[in-house]
Write a protein of this length. Sequence first.
Length: 258
Amino acid sequence: MGTERARTGHPRSWFTRPICDSPLIQQPGGVAIDGSGNMFVAMYGTHSIVRFRLDTGETETFAQDPLLMNRPNDVKLARGGGLLTTTRFANLLAIDSTGQITEIFKDQTFGEIVGVSVPKDYSKCSGRFLNYGVGKPGTGGSMPRMQAIFSPCPGQPIALEWRDFLGGAPALLLFSLAPSDQPFLGGSLLVDLSAPNAIVPLLIPGSGPGGGALRIPFTIDPNPALSGLHFYFQTLAGDPGATNGVSMTAGLHEIIGT
């Protein structure tokens, strides 16, 4: 703890506290934060990229390969979407929204590559995903969640993911151009189904209460006219342990950036 003297002349204390104490955090290097509430950290000690959810504090291994991604030193959001990282084996790797690793450059004459950067004219995608409203729990009180990976901009690869559903549950992804907050089956319908919309059937794999999870990669249409548009999503799933047999996520608000 240190102190700084404020303009009043009185010392002001500075406190630091860890935002995560997961055992997955070992010799962290670079950090990248997307517009969907994810922080990615290069873990030199475990040959991995760890994902940290800024809203819930959950931590998980997002990508790992001790042979291809040995001792990652840094991580950055890539101009074309996804992540870039460098390793001690003199290679540059790309990581997509599903955690798949692809080697895009290698030259052992460089030795260990310590950092990675992006062109000066690169502006990080300004798109955002934000949760809103309240969901409805299913069997065992498990609250299903809908989240995203990476920032939404025209032409950008992203992923939508579903967590903590009843495993094997049939589900519907509701999409709309406008939000709502209407009572529905003991919960709240958070998308306006009177607006143009789509209803997409899903099957959440897994087993048991809260054991169902799904991640689907998408690439947003490269049409620049999409920039600045707002879209709204919610997922409803069949669950006999939920009120009226249906569990619900909170809403997911997508803001297409530039």
